[in-house]
Write a protein that binds this ligand. Structure first.
Ligand SMILES: [Zn+2]
Length: 284
């Protein structure tokens, strides 16, 4: 009797223990299934936010800047050989040597256009060693020299020429290097594609001064030198080509350092109109 009770107790214990084991196993299995189930449907990812239109990426060098060949282009073979995306709705400038030639993202220079009257910038302060960019077409060079001289004589300002003529090939390298460093979208927004830079005309110059540490950025417009240039450049045949808040018209953000030679008559008319070159040529 005692033995039977003991046996019954043991059976009961074994049964209970088995039930517990089974129960635990079931719980583990169900939980496992549940976990697998919840992992199965891919969790919807947060939508990728578009970069705000006005935001300027962290730019190490201004878009307009040309690397100093002697330092930056040591391994040109490593540059990506990417062709700029096919231009849409683009005209080729018919008379690229005309002083009033309009060059922008819609009116491009031919890849073979090289001005015939490029001259070295002599007798004016320059910043970089690169011989290509220390050139302008002769009339623009003479006018720039006069502009710099007037800044010195009238106000005691010493202006420096940083980047003048730029070949199609140089602009292509510049654009590709921008793509490499900042991505295609940023490059299309902030860098001129080859054929779209006014520097290829030999009539555009980027200028700076000691207060800017001879760099280019839009604070040049706040310096005494920059203010003087914006108010006086037309007297020598230049305009500040990319004014503030006109990027929807010119295709470029504010560049107080970039001046374009148009000759005294046209530059004065454009200056006095308060219009961009695009608007002025359209309405005259
Ligand atoms: Zn420029």
């Amino acid at each position: 009797m005692k033995n039977t009770r003991k046996y019954k107790k043991r059976r009961l214990f074994i049964t209970m223990a088995s039930l517990v084991v089974i129960l635990v196993a079931v719980v583990i299995y169900v939980e496992g299934r549940l976990r697998v189930d919840t992992e199965l449907p891919p969790v919807a990812e947060e939508p990728v936010k578009e970069e705000p239109v006005g935001e300027v990426p962290d730019i190490e060098k201004p878009v307009d800047e040309v690397p100093d060949d002697s330092k930056d282009n040591e391994n040109p073979a490593e540059e990506p050989q990417q062709e700029p995306s096919a231009p849409e709705d683009v005209n080729i400038v018919k008379d690229p040597a005309a002083t009033d030639a309009l060059v922008n993202k819609k009116n491009n220079l031919s890849s073979t256009y090289v001005p015939e009257d490029l001259v070295k910038l002599e007798g004016i302060p320059t910043v970089l060693e690169n011989p290509e960019i220390n050139q302008l077409r002769e009339p623009a060079y003479i006018a720039l020299k006069d502009l710099f001289q007037a800044a010195a004589d009238e106000e005691g300002y010493e202006l420096h020429a940083r980047s003048g003529y730029r070949s199609y090939g140089t602009q292509k390298d510049l654009y590709n290097s921008y793509v490499k460093n900042h991505g295609q979208a940023a490059a299309d927004k902030y860098s001129a594609k080859p054929g779209q830079s006014e520097h290829q005309t030999g009539l555009a110059m980027d200028i700076t001064c000691a207060a800017m540490n001879f760099q280019l950025d839009d604070t040049f417009g706040d310096t005494d030198e920059g203010k003087w240039v914006s108010e006086n450049a037309h007297r020598f045949g230049f305009i500040v080509r990319y004014p503030k808040d006109k990027e929807d018209i010119t295709g470029y953000f504010y560049e107080p350092w970039h001046i374009r030679y148009l000759g005294v008559e046209l530059a004065t008319k454009v200056y006095e109109s308060g219009l961009t070159l695009e608007e002025y040529l359209e309405s005259n």
